[in-house]
Design a protein around this ligand. Structure first.
Ligand SMILES: Cc1ncc(COP(=O)(O)O)c(C=O)c1O
Length: 411
């Protein structure tokens, strides 16, 4: 049955890019001042973003993956880890968590996820810890922090480092503390369709000064921290200037070229100014969908979160319940044909590369298998208006009632 709703189909995607009030002004400012390399906007973005997450240091890079890559390289260097050492990651997460480990000659060890939060199941971590385990990367997926109290306890008991993969979660609190301040290093993405969007971009946060120095050096070719940006020798005289000039081209570790430009910094600053309203709208949208899709709750599991953890809903995950008799493929194809964009919920252990490299067996990660077969997400971003939300509810309802009718007719 066709919908009677008139919607802007462009708003039915999984993400949006709203141009914030001051974006044009700040971008023009970058053009006018001709300062496009690491400068005032990126520094301001780093400081504000870090402060908002309860962290002392922020290091911008060109993607969330780059942030993760330098985070792991930093901890490997500081902790003198060996090639082949192991890092625990969830069996549902974005592929970069595996890639950055392989690229740093480390071994990912998968742990199944919780069937309600979809984050790493803390009860299944300890059985995977061995003599070579060095760290845990608990991804905060879909906008919800992982169970960081238990993960922190395990990490302390086994002397493991914690890297928060917070690429999908910003400004969320867990038992009163913000994501980004719950581990040793936290990594965020500002890529398209994320919570704060700068086109490409990422940021690593830490409260450890030594890590901050290593991270910044790694992102800048492995440079000596004395000279990272072209401001670092400004106003310096005599011995101080001489020291900088002699060390300006000193490289002290193998690094990467992961820099951003002031254009992304300008966009980031403008977005932070409106983050409160944009996050509130996103939450309201998600709550509308949860309330109005609730009558379909016998067929599909809607997002939920414990009282002690925020959910900032980077997306709106839905998983068909076991035995509900409906097929994800049918549902997703129906929604897509009605203009509602969908995405799989970060499939990992069923991917060709992962299956081959890590000899994954069917049934080894039952919750991840269930999510991969039955789960997907749609958007609930602040660009969605009431009519789009109503349309989404209407289309889900139409799918289940028409398929149910067909089942009855066949019986
Ligand atoms: C959980 C997670 N980790 C890492 C990343 C990588 O971020 P980026 O695309 O900025 O490299 C993403 C990106 O979507 C993600 O969702």
């Amino acid at each position: 049955m066709k919908s009677k709703h008139v919607v802007n189909k462009e708003n039915l995607g999984v993400g949006t890019f709203e141009v914030p009030k001051n974006a044009q002004k700040y971008i023009l400012d970058v053009l006018k001042t001709k300062r496009i390399s690491y400068g005032p906007y990126l520094k301001r973005f780093e400081n504000e973003f870090a402060q908002l997450h309860g962290a002392q240091f922020g290091i911008v890079v060109n993607s969330g993956t780059s942030a993760l890559r330098i985070a792991i390289a930093c901890l490997k260097e500081a902790g003198k880890w060996k090639d082949g050492d192991e890092v625990i990651i969830p069996a549902v997460t974005f592929v970069s968590d595996v890639n950055i480990l392989i690229q740093n000659n480390l071994t990912p060890v998968f742990v199944d996820v919780d069937p309600y939060t979809y984050n790493i199941d803390p009860h299944k971590i300890e059985e995977k810890i061995g003599p070579k385990t060095r760290a845990i990367i608990p991804s905060h997926l879909f906008g919800q922090p992982a169970a960081m109290d238990r993960i922190g306890k395990i990490a302390r008991a086994h002397k493991l480092k914690v890297i928060e993969d917070s690429c999908e979660t910003m400004f969320a609190k867990y038992r009163g503390k913000s994501v980004g301040s719950l581990g040793d290093i936290a990594c965020f993405s500002t890529y398209v369709a994320h919570l704060i969007v700068t086109g490409v971009g990422g940021i690593a946060l830490t409260n450890n000064k030594k890590y901050a120095e290593i991270l910044r050096s790694l992102a800048n070719h492995g440079r000596d921290g004395i000279y990272i940006s072209i401001d670092d020798d400004k106003g310096k005289r005599g011995n101080e200037l001489e020291k900088i000039v002699t060390r300006r081209f000193r490289f002290i570790r193998p690094g990467y070229s992961f820099r951003l430009t002031e254009f992304e910094g300008a966009l980031g600053c403008a977005q932070l100014e409106v983050a409160d309203t944009s996050f509130a709208t996103r939450k309201k949208n998600a709550e509308y969908l949860i309330a109005h899709l609730a009558p379909l709750g016998t067929h599909m599991q809607l997002p939920s979160h414990p009282d002690h953890a925020d959910h900032v809903f980077m997306m709106f995950p839905v998983v068909l319940k076991k035995g509900c008799g409906f097929s994800k493929v049918d549902l997703v194809n129906f929604l897509e044909s009605e203009g509602i964009e969908t995405r799989d919920m970060l499939p990992l252990i069923n991917q060709p590369m992962i299956k081959k490299m890590f000899s994954i067996r069917k049934g080894q990660y039952p919750v991840a298998d269930w999510i991969n077969t039955n789960g997907f997400y749609i958007g609930c971003h602040p660009g969605m208006k009431k009519q789009e939300l109503e349309y989404i509810v209407d289309r889900f309802t139409a799918f289940f009632s028409s398929r149910a009718k067909r089942k009855i007719a066949r019986a």
